[in-house]
Design a binder for this molecule. Structure first.
Ligand code: CTP
Length: 412
């Protein structure tokens, strides 16, 4: 595999020498691209000797080879270690002021960044915002290790050990190969077609306003990835998402609940599994104004009348039943408990009402679930089997739902 190892200007650069060795000893073709300031810590000679290749830092060296574009294009994996606060900021800002940032902008492969800096710099809102931006673009930014730093201080900010970065890099490269190439072979959903809705619908009020919700689409995207990894082919019906749609899916984009319904109804017959993870607005404005609604003095109250949207999940179940189809249909339920009943009681009632085979129930609230990378759910099944509680990353939850779906299909 062709690997570009970017090195930022931090004292932890000395550990990256071991990382380069791990790659070369495993037979990978490594090009080291340090920043100018990285060379103040570990010199060119070390990188050239370890990688067996010329080492450059600037776009003005080896110009005839169009190095600044070629490096990114040819790389199958880019690993940046240490990613300093400054390098994270330049990458998040899309700068192209040295060879490494050019390579990052032209790379089409997975990118892993391993940060190292003092705790205050790591925790600074500017750094945290840069990390969030990079992650939202699909860059994998590892969390720094916690421990003794260069001075007397300790805390989060240490570069993870080279072996740990190496393992994360290899895992990322193999996972993305599966995702980019579409369905994996031989998984528990091999040969199955799965239709997944994700994100939040937006119901237009006028040309500038809409009724929306806080769904990020992360859980739906994680489900699509998990289904691809399990061998399914995935059609991904995406309402508004805060994350990029997963590579390898057939993408259908929609805006409103009615568009989402139409897209799902059109495709349900061809699917083996349907997952409704989208947050669908229950109501929409009765009229879409062609021009922006003005706050006129003679209109004292909000001039928006609402009408009900179709219940897409319930309709898909009805269609399936009417056609005698064997699709496994999975719903999601966002619930809050109250004095009347707890979250699971509401979940059971919803499972009954909607008629689907599985219902993934999460407890929601202002600071729960939406937009976070972690989730905690209970999977309820129509067959009355024990509720299954799953807590972890949205990828962990997705993997558990996929296993449960495979079981359901096998039982048919
Ligand atoms: N859903 C749907 N169509 C709607 C509303 C929701 O298909 N108009 C789907 C969601 O995609 C989800 C499930 O129904 O899979 C449950 O969504 P939720 O918002 O929890 O439930 P509601 O049906 O809206 O019920 P309530 O608001 O009464 O809790």
């Amino acid at each position: 595999m062709r690997v570009v190892v970017g090195v930022g200007g931090g004292i932890a650069a000395y550990k990256t020498a071991s990382l380069v060795r791990l790659f070369t000893e495993a037979g990978h073709d490594v090009t080291v691209v340090p920043t100018e300031s990285a060379l103040a810590f570990v010199g060119k000679a070390t990188w050239e000797a370890l990688s067996g290749k010329a080492v450059r830092t600037s776009v003005f060296e080896a110009v005839e080879t169009v190095n600044h574009v070629r490096l990114g294009h040819e790389a199958e994996l880019v690993v940046v270690a240490p990613a300093t606060a400054d390098l994270l900021a330049r990458a998040a800002g899309g700068h192209a002021d040295d060879l490494l940032t050019n390579a990052l902008l032209t790379a089409r492969c997975p990118v892993l960044m391993a940060p190292a800096m003092h705790t205050e710099m790591w925790r600074h809102p500017a750094t945290q915002a840069n990390v969030a931006t990079l992650r939202s673009r699909g860059v994998v930014v590892m969390d720094p290790a916690v421990g003794r730093l260069t001075g007397k201080d300790s805390g989060p900010g240490r570069l993870p050990e080279p072996e740990e970065i190496f393992a994360a890099a290899l895992a990322l490269a193999s996972q993305r190969r599966t995702d980019d190439g579409g369905p994996a072979e031989g998984g528990p959903l091999a040969g199955r077609r799965i239709l997944v809705s994700a994100g939040g619908t937006r119901e237009p009020i006028d040309p500038v306003r809409f009724l929306g919700n806080r769904s990020s689409g992360k859980q739906g995207a994680a489900l699509a990835r998990a289904a691809l990894r399990a061998g399914a082919s995935v059609t991904f019906v995406a309402a508004h998402l805060d994350v990029p749609p997963p590579p390898g899916v057939e993408l259908v984009t929609v805006e409103t609940a009615v568009e989402l319904r139409d897209a799902m109804v059109e495709r349900v017959a061809a699917a083996d599994v349907v997952v409704m993870s989208a947050a669908v607005a229950d109501f929409r404005p009765a009229h879409r104004h062609d021009s922006k609604i003005k706050k006129r003095d003679d209109v004292p109250d909000a001039p928006i009348e609402l009408v009900r949207n179709p219940d897409v999940l319930a309709e898909l179940v009805r269609l399936r039943n009417a056609a005698g189809g064997g699709q496994v249909i999975v719903g999601f339920a966002a619930e809050t408990g109250d004095d009347g009943a707890d979250v699971l009681e509401y979940g059971r009632a919803k499972l009954e009402r909607k008629g689907c085979e599985l219902l993934v129930v999460n407890e929601v609230g202002a600071d729960r679930v939406f937009g976070l990378d972690e989730n905690s759910v209970t999977i309820l099944a129509k067959d009355g089997s024990e509720p299954q509680h799953v807590a972890g990353s949205k990828d962990d939850v997705a993997a558990a739902v996929v296993v449960r779906i495979a079981r359901e299909l096998d039982a048919r």
